[in-house]
Design a protein around this ligand. Sequence first.
Ligand code: ADP
Ligand code: MG
Length: 381
Amino acid sequence: MIRSGATLGVLGGGQLGLFFVLSARRMGYKTVVLDPDPTSPAMSAADRSIVSAYDNDNALIDLSESCAAITTEFENVPARSLEFLADRGVVRPSPLSVATCQDRIREKRFLSENGFPTAPFLVLSRESLPPSESLQPFLPGILKTAREGYDGKGQWAIRTPDDLTSLLSITPGPFVLEKRLDLEREFSLVIVRGADGKTLLYPVAENIHEEGILHISSVPADIPPDLQKNIREIGEAIAQTLDYTGILAVEYFLDTSGRLFVNELAPRPHNSGHYTMDACIASQFDQQVRALCGLPLASANLLSPCSMGNILGNIWSGNTPPDFTSIFRHPQAKLTLYGKAAPRHGRKMGHFTVLGPSVHESAATVHALLTQISGKPSQNS
Ligand code: ADP
Ligand code: MG
């Protein structure tokens, strides 16, 4: 067990790293953040920052020598860097778990080989492009880059084999071509698993995306008990199969025929779990610290139904933030901004949560407040 007073390291200094640092601080740990960007949000809260590429051996040795244990907030840290750190100290989740989740081809193969339901998919690249007839079962589809895609980036709609050839002439891949499903609903599950295998599940969240980016997330998802059971059992089995330690998030699709699919895995806290900071005894970041340090896990119980709305750079005008008064005025709402300097389109700048009274009312309030702060109607409201 790594006790309070020790120093913990985190790879990545975005908002997920920031919340990890804040949780660690509250629990009496010191923190070091490694990120190539000297303006990353977590650096303002950490005890020390190492500004470096993720694959710089000297920086990794420095991090390793400073820290009793290291985790990641970012799944695209090179697996080799995690292995390098794991050879020198405690790294959780394991480099193998992160390597499986950071590459869509490995991730999809892991899921399908272990019997977890995924959308029909095909692995391809410019060098290995199957004949047109073999593409048909996957069309219309979505071409997803094997690595480094996030928030809908690195994805292209493919209707015909010609769409595919023209895309491959620009970028060689490798890719996963995934059949486009008729989505009815989307869900996610945040799982915390200790090094001893003890596993806790946060409530199933229902998610609405806009332009491939999480827009609104609500808990507990209003779903029938059998669907809830299915989502939870699949999530727990995935964590167990990966022999995972730490926070794992699983995203799910439900199609219009009522079939459930696993979409993707995130080997880190998840945007749809941010409500845990406001509506749970222990947040996903508190549990990340606990799992990393081998402490007992805290309850993952929900104290109140809750919805979260993401606040994107789209609604800044230049460098001026929108007017948040309507959120501040609402007695059950709580605003969290990440302290990012450059408000780009599609960039996550903050979020807010609304607690209760019911999940339907909190979701309706989030829609209404998003409309007010952005000056345009929120999707699906
Ligand atoms: P990211 O890594 O950017 O989150 P995802 O694969 O989760 O990428 O895709 C982002 C969103 O795009 C999903 O949440 C969903 O709304 C939509 N999407 C992705 N794949 C499919 C699919 N096969 N069929 C229908 N919609 C999809
Ligand atoms: Mg996703």
